[in-house]
Write a protein that binds this ligand. Structure first.
Ligand code: UP6
Length: 259
């Protein structure tokens, strides 16, 4: 089955596939900035080139709920989904509160979020109770890009099995390779993607868009390779880098899927 003929199990996953096809971009930019103004300006600069923007909302120093209203309007302006990389990891009752409440009210604005499978099925139940009525989706962390990750092959397989039990809400994985068959419709989103360096000195490990798409990735997640450092932010350069990664990701998809 070609990437371009794929359909997924949920309306949200299909919406993402439509954006990818429409914008010819399987690039998600991770904007790991700590100030609202630089975050929003960066998102506005790279927005035309991405299918998704990934946030870490809890690193923002000057957080105010207006930030997520502005992010949502940029997502409509530039046609991308928002993925809050919260990496939930607690019991069902706690994650349902963390997802719906607190200062950040993640479920109210983030199309996608993610969770570790470690606590067991309860974590998915807790998030699903909040997210499914809002047409949100969940990614399970099946593998990590960092050196020494404890997610071995049996953990990854158990995560895949968990997703299969909740395929109404779990739309895919944060992983380093394809999991499940294409016709199961799970999407694979892969961080640890870079064209210029192999690591960051803190355990991060980078592979190229070609390498990860060869391994079965659908969406490449690129952070500092596009954004650079917030202290020396250059919006024009970031837009150029986004275009470069968009082209590399899309060329790889076309090569692997023979179109
Ligand atoms: N991320 C990883 N590896 C994982 C899961 N998530 O790097 O296995 C996230 C990080 C960061 C981004 O939290 O936000 O993806 C990668 O950023 P980088 O490209 O600047 O290294």
């Amino acid at each position: 089955m070609s990437f371009f003929e794929r359909s997924a199990s949920s309306p949200l996953a299909n919406q993402l596939l439509e954006i990818i096809n429409r914008k010819q971009s399987n690039l998600c930019v991770s904007v790991d900035f700590t100030h609202s103004d630089t975050l929003l300006q960066l998102v506005d600069a790279v927005g035309p080139h991405v299918c998704m923007i990934k946030t870490h909302i809890d690193i923002i120093c000057d957080f105010d709920i207006n930030l997520v209203h502005s992010l949502s309007s940029l997502s409509r302006k530039h046609d991308f989904l928002i993925f809050e990389d919260r990496k939930f990891a607690d019991i069902g009752n706690t994650v349902s509160l963390q997802y719906s409440s607190g200062a950040h009210k993640i479920a109210s604005w983030s199309h996608l979020t993610n969770a570790h499978a470690l606590p067991g099925d309860g974590i998915v139940h807790g998030l699903k109770k909040v997210g499914l009525p809002l047409n949100r989706g969940l990614l399970l962390l099946a593998q990590m890009s960092s050196a020494g990750s404890l997610a071995d092959s049996s953990y990854t397989q158990a995560t895949l099995d968990m997703a299969r039990r909740h395929s109404d809400f779990v739309i895919g994985f944060i992983a380093q390779q394809r999991l499940g068959t294409l016709d199961e419709g799970f999407l694979i989103l892969t961080p640890g993607v870079g064209l210029d360096v192999k690591g960051d000195g803190m355990g991060q490990q980078y592979r190229t868009p070609d390498e990860v798409v060869d391994a079965g990735t659908d969406v490449i997640i690129v952070g500092r390779g596009v954004t650079g450092n917030e202290h020396s932010v250059d919006y024009i350069k970031s837009a150029e880098q986004a275009l470069r990664y968009k082209k590399a990701g899309w060329d790889a998809i076309r090569r692997v899927h023979h179109v």
